[in-house]
Design a protein around this ligand. Structure first.
Ligand code: PLP
Length: 501
């Protein structure tokens, strides 16, 4: 049985239960589940949201690909090759790969959102995590000043291809990572063009086709697509919500039980998105032990490092990594400095020296095949990182300010703002609501767009089994915009018991 499906107690359980254990030959890849031929129609009939729905949401809402792509390679039992046999060469359509045969039919929510965006009435977007649209002065000021200096430097006129990125950028990133106490050196850092490219490089390095990457649920919805694009599969392991406090914990038993001989990677998000929880040190120690025992690598997504609300941020996983297993930390300027337009991210590698250096040599080879990072933009990294305290301070003030006002609006009511330690998102739990999409749709009709929790694999029940919906809000919005959204959200949520069956 596909481990993620077996463990996850989300809304599809009743419908999945009858499938029973699958034989190796009948086992579907996650991609096949994601792109179930009956897709959204089936999910609507069954009254739950399997991955096809989420995938359509993800691709159409987050990546704005609101269109239908070609259907699958098989149709009515015949393959494209059968159907095309004997046709004149000029009439034959090119074959597209099976791994890109996604169902890109937009969900109802996605279509309504697109309509709403095209329409005349304003929409307050609390799903937007683009920091360049929310009037933050500090990142913009730092970027203007730094790019002007880069443009003035005659060195900028030369192109020196360096697969892992220019040395000054790697020196500055390593120095920042060492502040946590890690022993990372500049030569352990590889620049990438965005974090998604970092994932692609790592999956190419660590997994052969069909190998398994274990990802947290809840978590970031893009992982399964990034892995599938490199031929790897994902399996979800559950994170357990705390009874008190903000620290979600890894369900280590469920994770261990889901490991297979072709498992290759344990992926963590630290701090986690969207819960804003740090990885607990005890969980990290257990993950390391498991990884060493089973020959796995740890990949830690630390794009939200530096966003802790309080003084006591947990260090990154490179601290203490030397004893093994292999550790890969992903970070980038997109979240760290609120500068996604630079497309500058990095992979930092830690672990036993021989393994680490072997991995780095191969990563360099992969990076050399693409040379995707612009040296011109990478030249700005040292100066930009030197200004990170001011940018992080402005981000923290914006996020904690919006969060405090959100908490005040909800105080005393039945809706719960889940505690968090860091990050840009807030999770709002709406008890008693069974139809999360209907709630999100009704908020959209009132002029506020938020993400449904199902997009991030948040459960549709509380720990005691009560049905609930989750809304994921981004806290970056300008305070005046955020307050206007709260004025709509607050009474709408007060009325939401109308969604009870
Ligand atoms: C957990 C996580 N990892 C990675 C990314 C992507 O980062 P980047 O903007 O560098 O591609 C995001 C974006 O929201 C994220 O939430």
């Amino acid at each position: 049985m596909l481990p993620g499906w077996a463990m996850q107690g989300s809304r599809g359980d009743e419908n999945r239960a009858h499938k029973g254990p699958e034989s190796a030959s009948s086992r579907r890849t996650l991609g096949q589940w994601v792109h179930h031929p009956e897709g959204i129609t089936k999910s609507a009939e069954l009254g739950f949201a399997p991955r096809g729905h989420l995938a359509a949401n993800r691709w159409s809402l987050l990546a704005a690909k609101e269109r239908t792509l070609v259907s699958r390679d098989t149709n009515g039992g015949t393959t494209r090759r059968d159907r095309d046999a004997g046709k004149p060469t000029a009439a034959r359509a090119a074959s597209l790969s099976r791994r890109t045969a996604w169902d890109l039919t937009p969900s109802r929510l996605a279509m309504r959102l697109a309509e709403r965006r095209r329409g005349p009435r304003p929409l307050l977007d609390l799903a937007d995590s683009n920091p360049t649209r929310v009037a933050l002065r500090e990142p913009a000021a730092a970027l203007s000043a730094t790019l002007a200096a880069v443009a003035d430097d005659t060195e900028s006129l030369r192109y020196l291809p360096e697969p892992c990125g220019p040395t000054p950028a790697r020196v500055a990133i390593a120095a920042m990572l060492r502040e946590d106490g890690a022993t990372v050196a500049p030569e352990h850092v590889v620049l990438t063009s965005g974090t998604s490219e970092g994932y692609a490089h790592l999956f190419r390095l660590l997994a052969d086709p069909g190998d398994l990457v274990h990802v947290p649920a809840p978590g970031y919805p893009l992982f399964e697509h990034l892995a599938a694009l490199e031929g790897a599969e994902t399996a979800r392991y559950p994170l357990r919500e705390p009874r008190t406090g903000a620290r979600w914990r890894v369900d280590l038993d469920a994770l261990a039980a889901s490991l297979e001989p072709h498992s290759r990677v344990l992926l963590v998000i630290h701090p986690h998105h969207p819960s804003g929880s740090f990885l607990d040190p005890e969980d990290l120690a257990a993950l390391r032990a498991l990884a060493c025992e089973r020959g796995l690598a740890i990949v830690s997504d630390e794009v939200f490092a530096g966003s802790a609300f309080g003084a006591e941020a947990s260090p990154g996983v490179l601290v203490g990594a030397d004893a093994g297993p292999l550790h890969f930390v992903l970070g980038g300027l997109s979240k760290r400095l609120a500068l996604p337009q630079l497309k500058i991210s990095w992979i930092a590698v830690g672990g036993p020296a021989a393994q680490r250096d072997d991995a780095l040599a191969r990563l360099e080879f992969i990076a050399d095949a693409y040379l995707s990072v612009s040296p011109l933009l990478a030249a700005a990294v040292p100066e930009l990182l030197a200004r990170r305290a001011a940018i992080a301070g402005a981000l923290r003030a914006r996020i904690t300010g919006n969060r405090t006002r959100l908490a005040a609006v909800l105080a005393g009511g039945p809706h719960e703002l889940l505690p968090a330690e860091a990050g840009w998102a807030a999770i709002l739990r709406v008890p008693g609501v069974r139809d999360e999409d209907a709630l999100v749709m009704s908020l959209l009709e009132r002029g506020v767009w938020v993400h449904p929790g199902s997009l991030f694999d948040l459960e549709s029940r509380t720990a005691d089994g009560t049905p609930c919906a989750h809304l994921v809000l981004q806290l970056l919005a300008e305070p005046s915009v955020f307050d206007r959204a709260l004025e709509i959200l607050s009474p709408a949520l007060a009325r939401c018991y109308g969604f009870l069956p």
